[in-house]
Design a protein around this ligand. Structure first.
Ligand code: SF4
Length: 152
């Protein structure tokens, strides 16, 4: 595959399952944005209407929903510090603490936040890790575009 994306070369990361990224912290309000396809998939799997767990937002397209955080600023689906929709969690959750920025001309760059407690813990990440994330991103956006075409 050609180098469509750049990534940090010497970063180590190991998720400590602290669930801090699943809600607000003392110094940060967490926005858990959802694609239409993701909201629909969660709704189908849980039997809940989308409006039960998310609200509509504008200005962040293609993300058009924001997860509700009903208790202590924590995600609707976080129960006893565990994600109850882990296998279908949104892309934004799969990416944390990394972000992908579109540089234009089909080029992207990964960055990360030091606020995550897992940053700095072994193992050091390789290109494969970022390629896997990048593939998930591509797949989700393709599926989302098919879903939105079907519903428009
Ligand atoms: S969907 Fe799961 S991983 Fe994402 S914020 Fe909610 S509880 Fe955390």
């Amino acid at each position: 595959m050609t180098d469509l994306f750049e990534y940090p070369k010497h970063v180590s990361f190991n998720c400590s399952l602290c669930a801090r990224c699943c809600g607000d912290t003392e110094d940060r309000v967490r926005q858990i944005l959802l694609l239409q396809m993701e909201a629909q998939r969660i709704s189908n799997a849980t039997g809940l209407g989308i409006e039960k767990f998310a609200t509509k937002v504008s200005g962040s397209e293609p993300y058009i929903y924001r997860m509700r955080k009903p208790v202590d600023g924590k995600c609707f689906f976080l129960k006893e510090s565990r994600c109850t929709i882990y296998s279908i969690r949104p892309l934004i959750c799969r990416f944390y603490p990394f972000q992908l920025k579109n540089l234009g001309n089909n080029r992207y760059v990964f960055s990360y936040t030091n606020k995550c407690l897992g940053i700095g813990k072994d193992p050091q990440l390789t290109r494969d890790f970022f390629e896997n994330l990048f593939n998930q991103f591509t797949k989700a956006f393709e599926e989302n575009s098919e879903t939105t075409q079907e519903t428009t």
